[in-house]
Design a protein around this ligand. Sequence first.
Ligand code: HEC
Length: 195
Amino acid sequence: MKKFLLFAVITFSLTACVDKDPQDPGVEYASQMYHSLPYDPYSQIDPNSYNADGLNMRLPVPGTVSRQQNGEDLSIEMSLNYPFAKDSLEYAAKVLKNPLSMSDTSVMSQGKDLYIKYCQHCHGEAGDGQGPVAKKYGGVANLKSVADKTEGHIYHVITMGKGRMWAHGSQILPKDRWKIVTYVNTLRGYTPPAN
Ligand code: HEC
């Protein structure tokens, strides 16, 4: 019996080495370690018997707006390329500089539109923290409380969130965040230093 086992092991190891096709994984022991039993969205070994189209990952609903524009993946620009961690607010506040100017009227009016869409329901039209959602939210910051903070501070808070405020980095493009920052200057009573 021992001899037979030894023979089997040697033959097996030798034959394993002479495998010709480098793409062939050979015998898969415990194949469940390679292919999970539950359906995996990014793996498609067999047709999925539950979904009518046989796919694991469902197709986006018709009319879904692509995150790619002119070949640029906006989702990457929005979230992954932001270089500061949430808790590096102090550092980000110093380093980030607003490329836009309050004297640009088109920036200001677009910034206001974006503020109405993304911020006003909580922070209120005047930025006093009295938006309709604020009552349900148990209090929202009055933007006057950050009158002395840099524009980078506001940009970081919009991107990563702060305390009970959620991050908006995955929803608002960087250039639109700066427009909001520029408009919010008027609400918080901040005048950028002249360069
Ligand atoms: C769902 C409600 C909500 C929305 C939407 C919201 N905020 Fe806030 N925001 C808060 C709350 C709550 C705080 C207080 C956070 C804390 O310190 O816990 C806050 C705090 C802030 C602060 C003060 C940060 C600091 O350093 O104290 C700024 C600036 C700010 N928000 C700007 C914005 C801007 C700009 C938008 C729109 C892009 C926005 N917020 C959207 C709820 C909201």
